[in-house]
Each structure stands twice: as structure tokens, then as C-alpha cells.
Design a protein around this ligand. Structure first.
Ligand code: COA
Length: 170
């Protein structure tokens, strides 16, 4: 994906050179909500798993503050299925439109939303961006992926959902 420049921010796809930065960003900003091992980042960025198998790399989009050159937000989405798995904005940069900007850059079709984040439940954030809650099931109706605490909600872009419902009616 092409980088997108704004006065204050640049959004671009992360590369393997960003890995150390990503690891420390997640260690600092997640506060125990979940964690990402270096091996997982390697698979996201290069497609190479710890057992040596090769996969399609995900899209990891990052936002940097152009003035102070720091990483302020990260989002990870699967390249072909357009499922967003992770989105996190640095605490002191929230509510400035950065999360929305990243969503508009990536335009995921689905969102895997963890509903019990330390920072609060992000469902309303996604609803504002026209995503609808499609239940505590994965996209294939499989209940197992909601997590043992039932804290994972699947959301889908409303426009697609509408088209699907109309097509089912005709
Ligand atoms: C959820 C998160 C990504 C939102 O990012 P952000 O940059 O703060 O959000 P934005 O400033 O782009 O907000 C866009 C709109 O959503 C609203 N919004 C943001 N977070 C919200 C929340 N938790 N509840 C309700 N509305 C919210 C904003 O008020 C804004 O509304 P407006 O357009 O009417 O002004 C950020 O708070 C975050 O990183 N939270 C912790 C990690 C997390 O929960 N990630 C999602 C896991 S699935």
C-alpha cells in the first residue's frame, strides 16, 4: 500500500526494519490485554512462521508523528480476507482521529474486536465507523473463536452486510 502523508502524520506499511519498534510499542501500550511475541511479528511482516513454513504476510499499517518521529498507532489486517485483528493507538494520542484514519486507510471488511480491553470496550468506536456486530461467532459460525471469556466480537462493515441481506432476499 502507498504511504499516506498528512501535515502531522504519515501512515505506511511496516517493514521488517520496524520490528523492534513494534515489539516495544506493543509491550508499552498493551498493558496485559494481550501480547505479541517476536516470532508472531516475523510471521506478520514476512509470512515466515517459526517452523519455517511460508504464508502470505499480513498488512501491518503504522502511523508516525512526523514532528517527533515516533510510532503512535498500529493496525494488523489479513491481506486477502481483510480481517482486522489488531488496532491500537498510543494512550496520549487517542481521540485525535488517528484510529479512524487508520481504519479509512485499511478499510477492513471484518473486525475481530476484543471487548474487555483495559482502555474500555471499543465496539462503539467501530459502530461509529459503520461496522455492525455480527455476534460472538466467527465468520463461519464457529463459536470457539470467541475466546474462553467470550470477549471477542466479530464486526462487519455495514454496507457489505446490507448488500448480502438484499441479495439473500432476491
Ligand atoms: C479504540 C481506539 C483504537 C480508538 O482510536 P482513537 O484514535 O482514539 O479514535 P478516534 O479519535 O479516531 O475516534 C473516532 C471516533 O470514535 C469515537 N471513539 C473513539 N473511541 C471510542 C470508544 N471507546 N467509545 C466510543 N466512541 C469512541 C471518537 O469520539 C470519535 O468520534 P467522532 O468522530 O464523533 O469525533 C483507541 O482508543 C485504542 O487504541 N484503544 C485501546 C486498544 C483497543 O481497544 N483496540 C481495539 C481492540 S479490538
Amino acid at each position: 500500500m502507498k504511504p499516506y502523508y498528512q501535515d502531522k502524520w504519515v501512515i505506511r506499511e511496516a517493514t521488517i526494519d520496524d520490528m523492534d519498534n513494534l515489539v516495544s510499542f506493543f509491550d508499552t501500550n498493551l498493558k496485559g490485554d494481550w501480547f505479541m511475541l517476536k516470532n508472531k511479528w516475523l510471521k506478520i511482516l514476512t509470512g515466515i512462521a517459526s517452523d519455517g513454513s511460508k504464508h502470505t504476510p499480513d498488512i501491518c499499517a503504522i502511523v508516525e508523528d512526523r514532528e517527533v518521529h515516533i510510532l503512535v498507532a498500529v493496525a494488523v489486517m489479513s491481506r486477502y480476507t481483510k480481517k482486522l485483528f489488531n488496532l491500537i493507538v498510543r494512550g496520549d494520542y487517542r481521540n485525535q482521529g488517528i484510529g479512524k484514519m487508520l481504519m479509512e486507510y485499511l478499510h477492513p471488511r471484518y473486525v475481530r474486536c476484543k471487548t474487555d480491553m483495559t482502555a474500555g470496550n471499543p465496539i462503539k468506536f467501530y459502530e461509529k465507523l459503520n461496522y455492525v456486530h455480527v455476534g460472538n461467532y466467527d465468520l463461519w459460525g464457529n463459536k470457539a473463536l470467541v475466546g474462553k471469556n467470550k470477549n471477542i466480537a466479530w464486526m462487519e462493515i455495514a454496507a457489505k452486510r446490507c448488500c448480502q441481506e438484499v441479495m439473500e432476499l432476491v
